[in-house]
Design a protein around this ligand. Structure first.
Ligand code: NAD
Length: 299
């Protein structure tokens, strides 16, 4: 029987700060498949994430029995590669000043120190940030644009650079992108659409470079809309979900679980020949060229 079993594999999932987003759904699916999971949590979210978990606010139970057990929760801020990059005001910020080792290089080093080389099979990038996301691109500042690309696209390059050497051959990297990287999505501004386009292009280049260097695969999932914390902050997410339901080939919207399952597939030997791919998990919405809801050709 064909099985999807990740027992004995270790995953690091960056971008988990609550139980509402795609990162959490991917953790859940990886744990269900038997992988051991570590997460990287943005320092401003760390305390509330840990407290919510301790207070039992998150359902950790897995279908079929067992519970999600985090091997470790690492603070990680993906806009900083090394300690030298962290400005004074961040180091002194109350959400950071009691933490150490939260740059990407330091997190990778802590895995190496604790577990040794070849300790990682799966790397997930489930994070994004664009301070001017609500501004149309045409009104976006240079600083806002560069921050969006730094947090949402270069962070992926940096993670592959720094975690890649720790990964076992056959390992897999997965990130999350959005249709705005290839088509116009009004309202997804601030350079975030540019960051997603960069992320998708970098997926192809990193697939080649990391494939040749370490024998690992790099793919990205283009997911449909989900009412995560980040998406709610952008706004109009409920309207977008309704729009997908009305207009997708499969007339519904994907769930977070659908994306978690696709991520597990992309991290498993079942996808051993797939790399450099943007996989749409959106009920087929990306294939549409005209809304179905206006009845011009829909049913
Ligand atoms: P989310 O709020 O669950 O996840 C975003 C995470 O990024 C948060 O945990 C946040 O703390 C973290 N983060 C922000 N800045 C960071 C930084 N500098 N360093 C480390 N972590 C940082 O929201 P989500 O919507 O599930 O987002 C996860 C991914 O899915 C993102 O890449 C997002 O663009 C993508 N995505 C989301 C949707 C959607 O509709 N929700 C659709 C397609 C793609």
């Amino acid at each position: 029987m064909l099985s999807l079993d990740l027992t004995g594999k270790r995953a690091f999932v960056a971008g988990v700060g609550d139980n509402k987003g795609y990162g959490w759904a991917i953790v859940r699916a990886l744990a269900q498949a038997g992988a051991s999971v570590r997460v990287g949590t943005w320092p401003p979210m760390l305390n509330i994430f840990i407290k919510s978990m301790e207070r039992g606010k998150f359902d950790l139970s897995l279908p079929g029995g067992g519970e999600i057990e985090f091997e470790k929760i690492h603070p990680m801020d993906a806009v900083f590669d090394t300690p030298e990059d962290v400005p004074e005001e961040i180091r002194e910020d109350k959400r950071y000043r009691n933490l150490t080792g939260y740059t990407i290089q330091e997190v990778a080093d802590s895995l190496r120190d604790e577990l040794g080389e070849g300790c990682l099979d799966i790397l997930v990038h489930a994070l994004a940030n664009g301070p001017e996301v609500k501004k149309p691109l045409i009104e976006t500042s240079r600083a806002g644009y560069l921050e969006a690309v730094s947090a949402s696209a270069f962070s992926m390059v940096s993670m592959v650079q720094r975690f890649g050497p720790l990964m076992r051959e056959g390992g897999a990297v997965v990130s999350l992108t959005y249709l705005a990287g290839e088509r116009v999505i009004p309202g997804y501004g601030g350079g975030m659409s540019s960051a997603k386009a960069a992320l998708e292009n970098d997926t192809r280049t990193l697939a080649f470079e990391a494939g040749r260097r370490w024998g690992i695969r790099v793919n990205t999932i283009s997911a449909g809309p989900l009412a995560s914390r980040a998406a709610k902050a952008i706004g109009k997410i409920d309207r977008m979900i309704d729009y997908y339901r009305a207009n997708s080939p499969l007339p519904d919207v994907n769930t977070a679980e659908d994306v978690g399952n696709a991520a597990v597939f992309l991290c498993s030997p079942l996808s051993a020949a797939i790399t450099g791919e943007t996989l749409h998990v959106d009920m087929g919405y990306h294939a549409m060229g005209m809304p179905a809801e206006d009845q011009l050709g829909g049913e």
